[in-house]
Design a protein around this ligand. Sequence first.
Ligand SMILES: Nc1ncnc2c1ncn2[C@@H]1O[C@H](COP(=O)(O)OP(=O)(O)OP(=O)(O)O)[C@@H](O)[C@H]1O
Length: 308
Amino acid sequence: MTKEYGEVTAIDNLNLDIEEGEVFGFLGPNGAGKSTTINILLDFVTPTSGSATVLGSDPQKATRELHRRIGVLPEGYELYDRLSGRKHLAFAAETKGADDDPSELLERVGLDPDEGDRKVGGYSKGMKQRLALAAALVGDPDLLILDEPSAGLDPTGIQRMQELVRAEAERGTAVFFSSHILGQVEAVCDRVGVLNDGELVAVDSIEGLRDAFGSGTTLTIELDTIPDDALPTLPEIEGVAGYEINGTSLAVQCTTPRAKGEAISHVQTAGATALDIHIEEAGLDVLFNKLTATDEQRSDESVEEVVA
Ligand SMILES: Nc1ncnc2c1ncn2[C@@H]1O[C@H](COP(=O)(O)OP(=O)(O)OP(=O)(O)O)[C@@H](O)[C@H]1O
């Protein structure tokens, strides 16, 4: 589907399938088109061309039915200061025709029963976020749409949210997880889609993205001494893409698993002793930078270093 706002193309020919039971991470820089996509799925926005199918139905035709089957934690949700948390959940259940027990929902998101009885106007940011998440879980949704779900949550809250997301997926719910916090996307998502300037620039598992974009692994070897003579021949090892020295620490970029062992043997054969080793897989942040870099950034040496 495509969505244009006057001159601005918010979504450009987006073509994407998300399976039931899948946690799908939806990433993209500010203004990439994530909210527009979510708003089309919920029929808050109509696409300029193309269409979406949500749980087998057209959101424009089956809006009410879909809203009952979808749980949404939107970015700028609104709560009623004068209502208690428990009343919010009871209201959400009534609206969806569901029979959820507010106490059970409060417990699932880690809010105490007495907190549930307090007026939401007195809630902290994290408590509000927990309540909004609980409201999204009302009615055992078949699709959960979460926009920046960890906003304001403490580490325990984040862990709980991630466990809830995985548990929902395990019972067959498709989870659409839009976030800028890449570590969380990496921790919880089965696949990710990266949107840049309205275009989907990648869809894959994180493993798949690593393979496709060759960001590989950095092997850091702490040495007793740097074997200067042996370093120029290090890149001759198959799968060694480059290296850097920092004091007595040697960082080797490896694109194959085997290259790591061979790089260690190479320096040890040259008389150095490996005192410690550290292996770091390319994180989602490196892949994200690579996928969403502007032409200007691509020609910037510092970015080249990050993605090399
Ligand atoms: N109602 C609107 N009228 C005009 N332009 C809009 C409207 N809504 C979105 N846009 C434009 O569409 C593009 C995509 O916006 P969108 O809100 O979908 O991005 P996003 O990926 O959700 O960004 P963020 O991460 O900042 O929330 C932006 O250029 C934005 O300015």
